[in-house]
Write a protein that binds this ligand. Structure first.
Ligand code: HDE
Length: 487
């Protein structure tokens, strides 16, 4: 047997004799079907692509660690990885754009995914957020429709601003997020110069069973910087992977990006009386009412070895909630808890959590068996049912979720508040003069190609209701007048 340790093999480990020439009958003869190496290479090549994410398809990832910096946090949650200052947990993050396909440009105006997987000793905790603290809609039932408007027109297969603005002008709850989106933060200079947010309100539960509502803020230590619109357009053509390259090079050169994690802690009972619906993800919660408390620091210090293995195959779900962290009744969060696991089973298979990047650091013990790509020994000869008298893994009552009261009748109901204007108006008025000028210009340029004046006027009404100056300036930019009916 050859002692050549670097010899080429087939996927079954069989040494390959010739990787340059197919086996043929005579030098000019037909290729022989027995050339198994040729068949395997071509057949595997045809199967290299897996379904791309239906949203957030283009992304960049990095490994790092999270270190708790505040001992006080364990007052609010029993989550083990947050139990004491100095405790470090490995993590993996994937940044992404939302609407573009896998090969699309980085420097486009779009929210950025900010998906963090904490490999805690009590299983993986996934905090799957964005670089904006809010979202366009507040009920999961509208998500497929919304994303259809962000993708390609069914006939032309082109991006279509008519769909985008028709949907947004008919969904006034989107006004807050589209204002973020058309401001400086909608086009980050790099993935390192943007914040991350959990967006939803989540629930923390401490050792005494006391519950609190929380909002997560990852604040960039690099600062927050927008990208000049003209430069962004240029980069989208010249270097569509500009953000991906920047993140990789920064880490490769030891310039490790870092974020401080803060939370807003909201007393449980406040959900009944607070001026805004804590479970409406189109609204923020004022830091004057609930100041941010520091939790820890996230540092990205290692690039993936292999993009497909670690970034493309990474699977995050808001359903991965470790003891001490729970969902709130936010309809969007509830919908997401189903959707992500379903997306992973479709994209990566029933055993996607066994793919190394998704595997927890603690031991998995359950009665799930079989399924495609079962590569963890499938539980060996251990019991396959529970309860059992064979000392198989059993539930741990201390990990039970925190009970909470529910009331009302089962029905499809709209949110109580239809105030979609106060918070966007406040955001507009908070902006500096030149930020506001850029915002108006971005909106006008985006809306100009819309064919229907009816859509434009409908949207202008929303701007006007948030701030009359805002509405007037957009109308002027579009060569229209604010409808008298709204004045
Ligand atoms: Fe997502 N979202 N989303 N989303 N989302 C997905 O899951 C979904 C929403 C976000 O890097 C998908 O694995 C629904 C809000 C990120 O792998 C899918 C709703 C926020 C990523 C999905 C939302 C996000 C996704 C597609 C409305 C910020 C990329 C592929 C209820 C708080 C994660 C996948 C990664 C990916 C569903 C809205 C962020 C289709 C149903 C709000 C960062 O399951």
């Amino acid at each position: 047997m050859s002692n050549n340790k670097n010899r080429l093999t087939t996927a079954s480990g069989i040494p390959v004799g010739d990787n340059q020439n197919s086996v043929t009958a005579g030098s000019n003869g037909p290729v022989l079907i027995q050339d198994f190496h040729l068949l395997e290479k071509l057949a595997h090549f045809n199967r290299e692509r897996i379904p791309e994410r239906v949203v957030h398809a283009k992304g960049a990832g990095a490994h790092g660690y999270f270190e708790v910096t505040n001992d006080e946090i364990s007052k609010y949650t029993k989550a083990d990885f947050l139990s004491e200052a100095g405790k470090r947990t490995d993590m993996f993050i994937r940044f992404s754009t939302v609407a573009g396909e896998l090969g699309s440009a980085d420097t486009v105006r779009d929210p950025r995914g900010f998906a963090v997987k904490f490999y805690t000793e009590e299983g993986n905790y996934d905090l799957v957020g964005n670089n904006t603290p809010i979202f366009f809609i507040r009920d999961a039932i509208k998500f497929p429709d919304f994303i259809h408007t962000q993708k390609r027109h069914p006939q032309t297969h082109l991006k279509d601003v008519n769909m985008v603005w028709d949907f947004w002008s008919l969904s006034p709850e989107s006004l807050h997020q589209i204002t973020y989106l058309h401001g400086d933060r909608g086009l980050p200079a790099t993935l390192r110069h943007m914040n991350g947010y959990g967006s939803h309100t989540y629930k923390w539960v401490n050792d005494q069973g006391e519950a609190f509502w929380v909002k997560y803020h990852f604040i960039s230590e690099q600062g927050v910087k927008g990208l000049d619109v003209d430069l962004a357009d240029k980069l989208a053509g010249e270097n569509p992977d500009y953000h991906t390259e920047d993140l990789y090079n920064a880490i490769d050169q030891g310039d490790f990006p870092a974020w401080k994690l803060y939370v807003q802690i909201i007393p449980y009972e406040d959900y009944k009386t607070y001026k805004w619906d804590l479970f409406d993800v189109t609204k923020t919660v004022s830091q004057k009412d609930y100041p941010r408390i520091e939790v820890g620091r996230m540092v990205l210090n290692r690039n993936p070895e292999n993009y497909f293995a670690e970034v493309e195959q990474s699977a995050f779900t808001p359903g991965n909630l470790v003891p001490g962290i729970e969902a709130s009744p936010d309809k969007m969060l509830q919908g997401r808890i189903f959707s992500y696991g379903d997306a992973h089973r479709y994209r990566l298979g029933a055993n996607n959590q066994q793919i190394p990047i998704n595997r927890p650091v603690n031991e998995v013990k359950n009665y799930q068996r079989d399924g495609a790509m079962r590569v963890d020994g499938n539980g060996g000869n251990t019991p396959v049912y529970e309860p059992n008298s064979l000392n198989g893994p059993a539930e741990d009552i201390t990990s039970k979720g925190n009970p909470f009261e529910v009331h009302g009748v089962a029905d499809s109901v709209a949110y109580d508040s239809e105030d979609h204007y106060t918070q966007p108006g406040d955001l507009y008025r908070l902006m500096s003069v030149d930020e506001r000028d850029r915002l108006i210009e971005n909106f006008v340029n985006h809306m100009k190609p819309v064919e229907s004046d009816e859509i434009k006027l409908r949207q202008i009404e929303h701007f006007y209701k948030a701030d009359p100056e805002w509405g007037e300036r957009i109308a002027q930019g579009l060569g229209l007048a604010v409808p008298e009916s709204v004045k």
